[in-house]
Write a protein that binds this ligand. Sequence first.
Ligand code: NAD
Ligand code: GLY
Length: 386
Amino acid sequence: MHVSCGSKITKLTITSFIAEQCMTSISTQVQVSLGDRSYPIFIGSGELKRTDLNAFVGGQKVLVVTNKTIAPLYLDQIEQQLAGKQVDRVILDDGEKYKNLDTLNLIFDQLIANHHDRKTTLVALGGGVIGDMTGFAAACYQRGVPFIQIPTTLLAQVDSSVGGKTAVNHAMGKNMIGAFYQPQAVVIDTDTLTTLPDREFAAGLAEVIKYGLIIDSDFFVWLENNIGSLLGRDSQTLAYAIELSCKNKARIVAEDETEQGIRAILNLGHTFGHAIETFQHYQQWLHGEAVAAGMVMAAQLSAIAGILPQAEVTRLIQLLQTCSLPVAPPRDMRPDDFLRLMVRDKKVLDGQLRLVLLQGIGHAQVTDQFSMDHLNQALDLACQSG
Ligand code: NAD
Ligand code: GLY
């Protein structure tokens, strides 16, 4: 049974009454409203058993895309849920460094070799790497086939599986080749997080904290007050944090599906973070770790620009540190490395770099109106503290 508390929420401001209602839900559904591309996000403990995946599969064939770490943990369960269909599988190498066109071709090889036609459905079983690649493969295969997201990392559950951004990396830039392409459904089983390593779990918390920072100050306060039980992976606390994150994201995506404006605030800290990931050839820090340091850099720039009180930067740093997340860039990165890599950011328009800045916790803006002097000061400060 799905118990939706979405209808009770008319604003992103969450009262404690509503929080209490949601905390008692067994299972929650959040809707991403995009006209004929709308879809549900099912969230809860035991959701993989509860959700009828076949309801989202139009044809007779399915290709499950996963990796060598996740397959032994969850693939059997997914295949059982798809009983009655021809289920093929492709099990990829694990890691961000495999999120590229060569790996994408392995998915196409399976689809073509097994005669999948336009009625096939792809199922992404894994974290953001699997989700982004599977979504992009679905967008391209025979000019577009349906796909389902089954995210198994916290980061994928609160961010990458929702909103239809799909991509692979290029050696010169993160997520440079991709498409906006929405799934049929997102199925989030919080039980899958029990097998997630601590470091990956913390990386996901960076994106959870991001929602509080950019759009939902009440959620930020809730996170400050509940970070202990979140880190303890309490099932109900987790489900609530995931639900709030998905609601915030769904609302932004419904307003601006293809990032013509407001959606860019979801990239708070990402311009700095992507520079870190590219600098490290996607092989050292996790995406969420790079975003954590990037969010601090964006906050520090906002403070230097005089639009964010320093006390709010301190609150952010404290919350991230409680999660054992980095709050400064890697020691071997210099301001020039950032400047060189940031010009390739996807928010650059007509050669002009745009950044997401904070005007307060819960209030973000995308702007190209920042001074290079302030940016240089922020980079110097961050690289000194790294
Ligand atoms: P990931 O997909 O690499 O997963 C992290 C690690 O956890 C991997 O080793 C994976 O095999 C393992 N894993 C996954 N689920 C597990 C489980 N339940 N138990 C044990 N191990 C498990 O990384 P991620 O953090 O999920 O995603 C990062 C990617 O997401 C990046 O490529 C980033 O660019 C992308 N991303 C995309 C969007 C978007 O909007 N599309 C948003 C944010 C991030
Ligand atoms: N993760 C950024 C976005 O979905 O727009």
